[in-house]
Design a binder for this molecule. Structure first.
Ligand code: ATP
Ligand code: MG
Length: 649
């Protein structure tokens, strides 16, 4: 059991009693060490499987841990998220503690927020609703009641989508409405569990008799509410093992804070504190870049950074590539991915990671064009997003009745026409303030304007009808997500995962850090996000950025400030110059004119493709089904359904 561990990991695995805190960088085997710790304790007969509760950050991580424990001969241990552990307990104790059965979980929460807002006399659009919902969620995980929302939000630097007093009002109405309808939400699961454990000594004692040993992974991102729950589970005991990396705190916007991790020893003076620095995941080249990135970090988390030492054989230098525009960047990545696959790297060992989900469309398209299967993690496919679908309806209507549409008066070229139609949908050329759903929605629609600019650049005579046809083709050409495919994911959803080859795209000012990161703390969180991205790579790491958004556009972007002085090959990074030339930066698209020159004659029109095999479709009948006659229907109906919905708009 202990053989596959290094001396420090072994120390973690054998420290089975009392408070234990593992502070360690990415890829040092934290998750592996705690899994072995549980298995070792169980196999040695020291821990009863049913008395251990292991808490992880996502259901996927919990599932993986259960599988791992089973392989190590320690089945029966509860490995869950905070939510699923609390929900189970709540269901069990509700009849006794409260009476009746637990109210059901609300399934359309945003609708409930909309109803609550309406009862206060506010009409919120979809983006605002999602942002207000996020504010309510944040309030609940930070245990802020409606009356305290405004001052608490100001203190936390929240960028509220509406006036704070209005949000507080909607929040209060939402709580009332929820009670009246007899439903609870996700956050209530934790809040109610906390309330029951606090109020009912008998219940608390029963839970404490059941669980005696607690293990928490990714502890740097624990919220105050989760921390409170953990304390109630423990009571006055301290058999708790936490592992985390303050440099990977990336969920501050949801109320998470690394303070619990960093203050662990202060709260538990007798804690065993173990630091792991050997990195088993990444090559020395990747680790060097990760260390250099952290060396420039500031703030509390950075004061606790640990220099990683790679245990792996040397691999290729990370590659930095500068492209003239975003489609070129995506095509460049797709080309490299194709080469990797052709050289034997399985697609499932490759990931493209980006800062915002609105960046996914360009990459979905580029991978589909290159006939590379992919899967999206934690995001809706671009053409399935509600705002994009509604924009599709509006654009189709305008294309059909364009001549009579007063909206289009004075709009002479295609991008202006698209802007005009989208402004009818509430879109503005300037991005809204704030960073939530309103902003994401704006970005999605801005991506459509961008596409219009792309199309106009290669076909100056393109009409709105051509644009709609182009959108249709793109929606149709995107492959269905497959589990064996290349992973497209936001940096936030990539936490804890690893791939042989990682493409970090859009590493430019305005994207990383994102424009709305303004305070020093927000900038530092952006840097940590890049650190999380870099440390996902085992072997090959590609960083790229584009100087302008669309082909032929004005170069308006610069590489991210986080790369200053540490591009692979530059002296600060301590590496050899990469093949790409001075400073280790390659130029993308050799042979293409420099950004700002006339746009390259690239045709972006791609035939609709079969959603199973990716071959172009020709026959009209086939188009409807979006698959060749000889391809089996191996996808769930839902995928077809959504596709049809888009095509029918
Ligand atoms: P993150 O901070 O990203 O969550 P982590 O510290 O949890 O990373 P793990 O995911 O546990 O790291 O381990 C990283 C990789 O290194 C995994 O592939 C794991 O199997 C491997 N690894 C960890 N420890 C060892 C070891 N002692 N010997 C060999 N491989 C190891
Ligand atoms: Mg981990």
């Amino acid at each position: 059991m202990l053989e596959g561990l290094d001396p420090e990991q072994r120390e973690v695995a054998t420290a089975l009693h009392g408070p234990v805190c593992v502070l360690a960088g990415a890829g040092t085997g934290k998750t592996r060490a705690i899994t072995h710790r549980i298995a070792y304790g169980v196999r040695a007969g020291i821990l009863q499987p049913s008395s251990v509760l292991a808490v992880t950050f996502t259901n996927r991580a919990a599932g993986e841990m259960r599988g791992r424990l089973r392989q190590l001969g320690a089945a029966g241990v509860q490995a869950r998220t905070f939510h699923s552990a609390a929900l189970r307990q709540l269901q069990y104790f509700w009849p006794k503690a409260v009476g009746g059965t637990l109210p059901r979980l609300v399934d359309r929460k945003v609708q409930l927020v909309a109803d609550a807002a309406a009862s206060c006399g506010f009409r919120l659009d979809r983006g605002e609703l999602r942002d207000v919902t996020a504010e309510i969620e944040w309030s609940k995980v930070t245990q802020t009641v409606p009356a305290d929302y405004a001052p608490a939000a100001a203190l936390a630097g929240r960028e509220a989508p509406r006036h704070p007093a209005e949000i507080a009002q909607v929040y209060a109405a939402y709580e009332d409405l929820k009670r009246a309808r007899g439903v609870i939400d996700f956050e209530d699961v934790l809040l109610l569990t906390v309330a029951v454990l606090q109020d009912r000594q008998d219940v608390a004692e029963q839970v404490r008799a059941q669980y005696q040993h607690f293990v928490v992974d990714e502890y740097q991102d624990v919220s105050p509410l989760q921390q409170r729950l953990l304390e109630l589970w423990l009571g006055d005991r301290d058999d708790l093992c936490v592992v985390g990396d303050a440099s990977q705190t990336i969920y501050s916007f949801t109320g998470a804070t690394p303070d619990h991790l960093l203050d662990f020893r202060a709260r538990h003076p007798d804690a065993t504190v173990i630091k792991l620095v050997r990195d088993y995941r990444s090559t020395p080249q990747v680790v060097r870049l990760a260390n250099a990135l952290l060396a420039q970090a500031r703030g509390r988390a950075a004061d606790h950074r640990l220099e990683l030492v790679s245990q792996r054989r040397p691999g290729p230098e990370p590659v930095c590539t500068e492209y003239s525009d975003e489609p070129a960047e995506a095509e460049g990545a797709a080309r490299r991915i194709r080469e990797l696959i052709d050289s034997g790297v399985p697609p499932s060992e490759i990931a493209v990671l980006f800062r915002t989900n609105s960046q996914s469309e360009t990459y979905e398209q580029a991978l589909a064009d290159a006939q590379i299967p992919y899967q999206l993690r934690g995001a809706e496919r671009f053409f399935d997003r509600p705002e994009v679908r509604r924009a599709g309806v509006a654009l189709r209507g305008a294309a059909r009745f364009g001549g009579n549409d007063s909206l289009l008066d004075g709009a002479v070229d295609l991008p202006s026409q698209v802007r005009a139609v989208l402004s009818g949908e509430g879109w503005t050329p300037q991005p809204p303030a704030g960073s939530g759903a309103v902003r994401e929605r704006w970005e999605s629609l801005a991506a459509l304007v961008n596409l219009a600019q792309d199309l106009a650049a290669v076909r100056p005579d393109a009409t709105l009808g051509d644009f709609v046809a182009e959108l249709d083709e793109r929606a149709g050409a995107q492959h269905a997500p497959t589990v064996q495919g290349v992973t497209l994911a936001s940096l936030h959803s990539a936490k804890g995962l690893e791939w042989d080859a990682v493409f970090l795209v859009g590493v430019a000012e305005g994207m990383m850090p994102i424009t709305y990161a303004k305070t020093d703390e927000q900038i530092e969180e952006e840097r940590r996000l890049l650190y999380v991205g870099v440390t996902r790579a085992r072997e090959r790491l590609y960083l790229s950025w584009a100087l302008s958004r669309s082909p032929g556009g004005r170069p308006s972007r610069r590489p991210s400030r986080f790369l200053n002085g540490l591009r692979p090959g530059s002296p600060a990074a301590g590496g050899r110059p990469a093949a790409g030339g001075p400073g280790g930066v390659e130029r993308g698209r050799p042979g293409s004119p420099p950004a700002g020159a006339a746009p390259p004659r690239r045709t972006r029109r791609t035939p609709a493709r079969c959603r199973v095999c990716g071959r172009p479709l020709t026959d009209g009948g086939e188009m409807k089904l979006m698959r060749c006659e000889d391809c089996p229907s191996d996808m769930d109906e839902g995928v077809y359904e959504r596709l049809r919905a888009w095509r029918e708009i």
